[in-house]
Each structure stands twice: as structure tokens, then as C-alpha cells.
Design a protein around this ligand. Structure first.
Ligand code: C5P
Length: 193
């Protein structure tokens, strides 16, 4: 039996760092599903065709972390056919032994509705903007606008909008150092694993 951990939340909430740390701690596979949408947006051309033919090289592009790639990702992510094209890969990834951690926006609600553990990681807009600005060496005020625009698009889209699953544990990292957030998240998984 494999063990799936779904970690969702808005941009720069700390979910990626937490997902990676959990995967190392438990020896599970880890998929940053945002990369699939970033790579789809970065390919240009028809996004549905891009999503259907993503390669390992697409996912290894060095420009996927930029704010522009994030905006392009959230635009293609609103297209139902793009999401449908990426669904099987994510479900198969989640079924790997001994377990898998997937982080994104719709893992607990759509991709893995039966995940053994669901976390919804969040933080205040200001804290998230400062974290992302420090990471990218960008202006916090501009980052705040960028994150809010992306969160609005991700939350308001009709297909698989960003929202906590009804059975997700909400972890607010606004007041936590990253190692504290990781310790809490591991504690939550430990109660089930
Ligand atoms: O997590 P990250 O910031 O890399 O995601 C980039 C964009 O990809 C998000 O803003 C969102 O629009 C989209 N995304 C999604 N569903 C996921 C993961 C990411 O719609 N599971």
C-alpha cells in the first residue's frame, strides 16, 4: 500500500519546502506539481499540446522559477484541457511505493482526494511577499501585487480552484520559522504513518 501526502496552498506559503523536507524524512517521492504548469506556460504555443507532450528537459529549464513563469503558469492552469492532460501523470506519481508527497493547489481536492494526509499550508500576504522577494532578490511591494494577482486567478478559476480540502489540516506558517513549520508538518504525518 502506498501512502500519499497532499500539500496545497498559495504561492510562497512554504509548502514546497515542507513537502521536500517531509519526503526526505519519510523516504518518499516528491513532486512539485507547479513545475508542470510552469513548464507548460514556458513552452509557448498551444498550451494544451504543450501539456500533453511535456518532457524531462521542459521540467529542467532554468527559467521556470521566475515571477513571469509563475504568471504564465497560472494562466495556462485555468484551462481545463491543460489540467486534464496533466492528471494521469500526477495520479501515477502519487501511487508510488512506499509513498509520495505532492505539492500544488488541487492535490487534496482533485488529484488525490483519498490522500492519507492533507495539509493546507498558508501565511499572510505580507509574509509570503517578503519570503518570495528575498528568494528572487525582488521588490517586496511588487512581489505582493504579483502574488495577490496569481492567488486571485488561482482561487477564482472554475476548474480545480485553490481551496483547502474539507479534511485538510491547515498550517499557518506566518509566525513560524521554516524548521518549526517542518517539525509541525512531520508531527502531523507521524500521527497517521
Ligand atoms: O506552485 P507554483 O507557484 O510553482 O505554481 C505555479 C502556478 O501553477 C500556480 O500559480 C497555479 O496557477 C498553477 N498550479 C495549479 N495546480 C497545481 C500546481 C500549480 O494550478 N497543482
Amino acid at each position: 500500500m502506498s501512502f500519499a501526502i497532499a500539500i496545497d496552498g498559495p504561492a510562497a506559503s512554504g509548502k514546497g519546502t515542507i513537502a521536500r523536507a517531509i519526503s526526505v524524512h519519510f523516504g518518499f517521492h516528491h513532486l512539485d506539481t507547479g513545475l508542470l504548469y510552469r513548464a507548460t506556460g514556458a513552452r509557448g504555443g498551444d498550451p494544451v499540446q504543450a501539456a500533453q507532450s511535456l518532457t524531462a528537459e521542459d521540467l529542467a529549464r532554468s527559467d521556470l522559477r521566475s515571477a513571469q513563469a509563475g504568471q504564465a503558469a497560472s494562466r495556462v492552469a485555468a484551462i481545463p484541457e491543460v489540467r486534464a492532460a496533466l492528471l494521469d501523470f500526477q495520479r501515477r506519481f502519487a501511487a508510488q511505493e512506499p509513498g509520495a508527497v505532492l505539492d500544488g493547489r488541487d492535490i487534496g481536492t482533485v488529484i488525490c482526494p483519498d490522500a492519507e494526509v492533507k495539509l493546507y499550508v498558508t501565511a499572510s500576504d505580507q509574509v509570503r511577499a517578503h519570503r518570495r522577494a528575498a528568494e528572487l532578490g525582488a521588490d517586496p511591494a511588487q512581489m505582493l501585487r504579483e502574488l495577490q494577482e496569481r492567488d486571485r486567478r488561482d482561487s477564482e478559476r472554475a476548474t480545480a480552484p485553490l481551496r483547502p480540502a474539507d479534511d485538510a489540516v491547515v498550517l499557518d506558517t506566518s509566525e513560524l520559522a521554516i524548521d518549526q513549520a517542518v517539525t509541525r508538518a512531520i508531527g502531523i504525518v507521524d500521527q497517521v504513518w
